[in-house]
Design a protein around this ligand. Structure first.
Ligand SMILES: Nc1ncnc2c1ncn2[C@@H]1O[C@H](COP(=O)(O)OP(=O)(O)OP(=O)(O)O)[C@@H](O)[C@H]1O
Ligand SMILES: [Mg+2]
Length: 454
């Protein structure tokens, strides 16, 4: 399975959403590691505040009242006793973060000048054995054990416990993160689609242009960049169209106008006395005329983009071509079937197939046609038993007027436009024509017509 998506859409969504999640994980990790420090500091502050309150009340009270107060305030979480615990004068060994926080908090809670010593400060857990429960399942409390010197030289010792509480803060945090991330991913999706959709629209428009130069122009609205790109494509299409149109028209006009002088020359050739020269002359003129004729055909083929696309029964089309060829005394076989009609231009496709069949019959002695319906495309293979085409020429034969050396001498009378026309037609259907020499001799020409062709 590929991890990195192929589409721009997938890639941007992955980078944005992935990046966002990573940043969030890091922030969360930092928040978690800072949390306990915060929890301890606030626990220490609460414990210290209670001690401060006790000390203030005791300071204001007479010695007789003090004992009463001590009893009154003492409970499970607060214990006040007279005197200093033994050994509390020794420097306290542990200098944890919590001890420091406790010292700071108590210094703030007591009036300045009052002597005190934090003997011990430690976290209180509900469930000290489980790391997960300690870190995520509860809010730890703080136990602060300290001794304070009252104004009249009496020491009291206060043991204040800020109890731990169960909490579901992690669950809450993840629920909040899920909501934020969900919103983020949805926004991401729409933002990225906003960017990539026009791109794929442009791509398919450009693709379409290759098949049909007369396609309707792209709408020019939406975001500025999109309008610019669409406009550029439309302008390009327009220029291309004019360029092709002019060339087609010039060539068509030339070929057409050549007909008249050729006819005149043919008449004049009749007046030649030397029969041998006359025959050669007429043969040249025939060739010239044929070239002019097929050039006109070719031009017409280029202009055929105008013919409407319609569903075409290719099997029936080939059967009729087969019959025509058989009537002219040729051998043509047909196998395979097209399951459903393909969309295409009937005249053009017929011309395309005719050219390929003509070649098979002109350079070989038979044409064997195989239809293969692949669902996504229709493949029509035409094989013959001729000499094939030298590998070096197998692409060049598609160039207009290119003929393999020797074809000219053989009396096939072609002008070298057939394959060029066939390929143009195939491409205008989004398809292709390919040639392949067969191992057993002969040539295979394959016309491929995709069904998705517009
Ligand atoms: N089936 C084939 N077997 C061998 N050579 C072929 C075959 N098809 C085409 N060729 C070679 O390719 C050249 C170009 O073919 P193309 O069909 O374009 O022109 P043509 O057949 O010479 O003339 P036309 O315009 O009448 O079709 C041919 O002259 C021939 O040399
Ligand atoms: Mg030909």
């Amino acid at each position: 399975m590929r991890v990195f998506p192929r589409s721009l859409f997938g890639r941007i969504v992955l980078i944005l959403a992935g990046g966002f999640l990573t940043v969030q994980l890091i922030t969360t990790a930092i928040a978690i590691s800072d949390r306990n420090a915060l929890v301890f500091r606030s626990g220490a502050t609460q414990a210290a505040t209670r001690i401060g309150d006790v000390v203030r009340t005791m300071t204001a009270a007479s010695p007789a009242e003090r004992t009463r107060i001590m009893h009154a305030v003492s409970n499970d979480t607060l214990k006040v006793t007279y005197g200093k615990p033994a050994g509390s004068d020794a420097a306290s060994g542990e200098d944890s973060e919590l001890m420091n926080a406790a010292r700071d908090a108590l210094a703030l809670a007591l009036q300045p000048g009052i002597g005190f010593k934090v003997i011990d400060a430690r976290p209180v857990y509900l469930n000290a054995d489980s790391w997960y429960a300690r870190e995520f399942g509860e809010r730890p409390g703080v136990r602060m054990f300290s001794t304070v010197l009252l104004n009249d030289g009496v020491w009291i010792t206060v043991d204040s416990i800020e109890p731990a509480r169960a909490t579901h803060w992690v669950t809450r945090m993840f629920r909040n993160l899920a909501i934020v991330d969900g919103v983020m991913v949805i926004l991401c999706f729409f933002a990225v689609r906003l960017v990539t959709r026009p791109l794929s629209l442009l791509a398919s428009a450009a693709e379409d242009l290759g098949r049909n130069i007369d396609r309707p122009p792209l709408p020019e609205h939406g975001a500025n960049e999109l309008v610019r790109a669409s406009r550029a494509l439309n302008v390009m299409q327009d220029r291309l169209k004019r360029y092709v149109d002019t060339r087609v028209k010039v060539l068509a006009a030339m070929s057409h106008d050549l007909k008249t002088p050729i006819t005149r020359m043919r008449l004049r050739a009749e007046m030649l006395d030397d029969a041998h020269i006359k025959a050669k002359f007429v043969k040249d003129l025939d060739e010239l005329q044929q070239m002019v004729g097929s050039t006109l055909d070719y031009m017409r083929g280029l202009a055929e983009g105008g013919e409407a696309m319609q569903p075409i029964d290719v099997s029936a089309l080939i059967s009729s071509l087969k019959e025509d060829a058989e009537e002219a005394g040729h051998t043509v076989t047909l196998s395979g079937d097209a399951r459903t009609p393909v969309m295409g231009r009937a005249q053009a496709l017929k011309r395309c197939l005719q050219n390929l069949i003509d070649n098979a019959l002109a350079y070989g002695r038979r044409a064997d046609i195989t239809l293969r319906d692949e669902g996504g495309a229709l493949n029509i293979a035409i094989t013959d038993d001729g000499p094939g085409i030298p590998e070096a020429d197998i692409e060049r034969v598609f160039e207009p007027f290119y003929r393999v050396e020797g074809s000219r001498n053989r009396n096939t009378g072609g002008s070298g436009l057939g394959l060029s026309i066939a390929r143009n037609i195939a491409q205008s259907h989004g398809g292709s024509v390919r040639l392949r020499n067969l191992a057993r001799g002969g040539l295979e020409a394959t016309l491929r017509i995709p069904r998705a062709a517009a």
